[in-house]
Design a protein around this ligand. Sequence first.
Ligand SMILES: [Zn+2]
Length: 310
Amino acid sequence: MTQSQGFALRTSSSSKARLPVGMSGLLCYTVAMPELPDLEVIKEFLRDHVVGQEIAEVEVVRPIVVRNLAGGDFSTRLTGQRIEQVSRRGKFLVLTLDSGDYLVISPMLAGRLHYAPRRERRLRKTFVILHLADGMDLRYTDAKTMGKVYLTGDLAQVPGFAELGPEALDPNLTLDLFKERLRKYRGEIKGVLTRQSFVAGIGNAYADEICWQAGVYPFRKRPRLSDEEIARLYEAMREVLNEAVAILRERVGADIHVEIRDFLKVHGRGGQPCPRCGTTISQIKARGRLTNFCRQCQPGSLIRGRPAWG
Ligand SMILES: [Zn+2]
């Protein structure tokens, strides 16, 4: 079953991973990076299912993703510890253990957690397995081997953690604060939205969704955005992420290793009609990643200073 692989970009019209229009051969784009909504829902699931559990045994199938910053042997140190809390910060999942250690999952492009009974067959590229005392496993799989599993007594030791900006859905992140934080960034707005030091939790897919929702061309430079456009981006950020969390909460269930992206409006939908105006959704590769947008709803130009599309 394709679903068991968990890392294919899924669309409503096809159960197979589908290559975006004009991107044949770039298989990397069939991988969807977990972002705030995905990880928020996984966090909620794990809170209900693994908090209070003891780690009975640890199996490191391939140590390549493991970063033990706590000292000693990774498996020995983890064994016998109880999971006290599960939290999320940006695109990190944090398991707080009863010794005060933290097990931090940074899925990067393709890391997934698989929650399954011990007897269930492992997914391809399963690297680390926590055998829990209740007979369930929490497994880390990674099709791209780019993610990391950190063990540390100090979260600030985890690369990128201390630099994280406020959570995108933090109620304290007001429009005024959003504007103020935005001021120091001068690059293209999509790139700014995905900077974890600006706001934590947004990646490539949801940045496209936010720009589309706000009607802002993703490659507009931040200084060229009006106050009104910035306000629209702020509102869109809240709306898009809250809506995605609500949808995923309904649909993910125990299949936390499966990424659901078929409800997105523009990302991964190049060549299909824009749900707002019917214009064919554009798709370009820029800055090493795929961007989808609607030329009609999000007018702009790739060439600075030159108007495009009327
Ligand atoms: Zn449109």
